[in-house]
Every structure is written in C-alpha cells, then in structure tokens.
Design a protein around this ligand. Structure first.
Ligand code: NI
Length: 210
C-alpha cells in the first residue's frame, strides 16, 4: 500500500513542505531514515502487469532461504518507495508473503506476514482513501470492514494473531488482497477503475518517453 492513505489534517511539519493536492499525499522528503544499506531494492511491478493478478501459493519450509533473503529487500523497497505495505506479487514472486510498516511517528516497526489469512472481519465498514505502489499516484476511496483479525506466521515461524482496526486493518486487507491477485481498484466502480487504469497507462507512457 502507498504511504499515508489519507492525511486528515496538516502534520507537525506544517505548510513548509508542499505536497500534491494541498498536502493530502504529503510524503517526507528530508527526514526519511535511510533504507538498510545492505539490502538491494527490488523492482515493483506496475498494473496491468498480469503477475499482479495471479493467486499466490503458501510459503512452505523449502522456501525458508528464499524468504529469509527476500524480506530485507522487500522492506528496503517498501521504505524507499515510500510505502506502508508491499506484497510478494508486487516484486514478481507468487508466494503468500507480505510486509507492512505503518511507520507511525516515524518509527520503524516492520511486520512480516507469512501465509496470512483473515479469520474474522467486522460487519461495520469504513471508507478510506487507498493507494498502491503498483498503481503509482492513483488513489480512490475504498470501503472495507473497519476491523479484522488476521492469522499469520512470523519470520521466526511462530503463528500469531493480530486484531486490527483503522489504518492497520486497511493495510492488512489491502496486502492480503494482493496475495489473491486482487487490487484496490477491483473494489471500486468499473467506471472509476477504468479511469484510473487509463490515467496510469498515460502516465507510464509519458514516463517512458521522458
Ligand atoms: Ni498495493
């Protein structure tokens, strides 16, 4: 998921750093801690890449080495983007694996999600703006359950459960969708989805020509 799905009010950095659209998508320019230097960044696939549409397979014991090597690189890629979540299909890997770090108060607290599953979701829904590193600069309001319970394995192989609401619940659902080959644009009207895909294709064409 892209960084800061919605900025509700001006942050402590004040109006000095002007963001796009009146600061709604303000990203940090100067106080970003450096990504782990040893971890090489990965290329993020951009929609409509068909790899983003494939359902992933569970991580098994035989994947341990690949996963161990990949996690620091996924985190470095996510922080550099900058984003708050990155799923394996976005870097071209069909494994049930994602990383999340909301970076609240600029603190890094990465969560590695191996084989995550949503085991419960609230009946109550919430609408929030979402973005995605595979759909750069595209945003839309998406309605999803307000709270979810997610079961997953950590990097240490220990099974854990997270009960989350708000932005964390949003990010978990967004990343787990990626593992099913689902993008946030699948959860909005086809009219808006097609508009976003057209806008993205145009931006990518212009970028390629630049
Ligand atoms: Ni995404």
């Amino acid at each position: 998921m892209g960084k800061r799905s919605r900025r509700r009010k001006a942050g402590p950095r004040g109006p000095g750093i002007a963001g796009r659209a009146g600061g709604r998508y303000l990203t940090r320019m100067t106080d970003q801690p450096p990504a782990p230097a040893e971890a090489e960044r990965l290329r993020i696939l951009i929609a409509p890449d068909p790899v983003l549409r494939r359902k992933t397979r569970p991580v098994v014991a035989a994947d341990a080495t690949v996963v161990r090597d990949l996690i620091p690189r996924m985190l470095a890629t996510m922080y550099a983007a900058p984003g708050i979540g990155l799923a394996a299909p976005q870097i071209g890997l069909g494994l049930r694996l994602a990383v999340i770090d909301l970076q609240r108060d600029d603190r890094r607290e990465p969560i590695v999600l191996i084989n995550p599953e949503i085991v419960a979701a609230s009946a109550e829904v919430e609408t929030r703006e979402e973005g995605c590193l595979s759909l750069p600069d595209q945003y839309a309001d998406v309605t999803r359950p307000r709270a979810v319970t997610v079961r997953f394995e950590g990097q240490d192989g220990v099974r854990r459960t997270i009960e989350a609401e708000g932005l964390m619940a949003r990010c978990l659902q967004h990343e787990i969708d990626h593992l099913e080959g689902v993008l946030f644009i699948d959860r909005i009207s086809s009219l808006r989805r097609n508009m976003i895909l057209r806008r993205l294709a145009k931006a990518q064409r212009e970028k390629a020509q630049a």
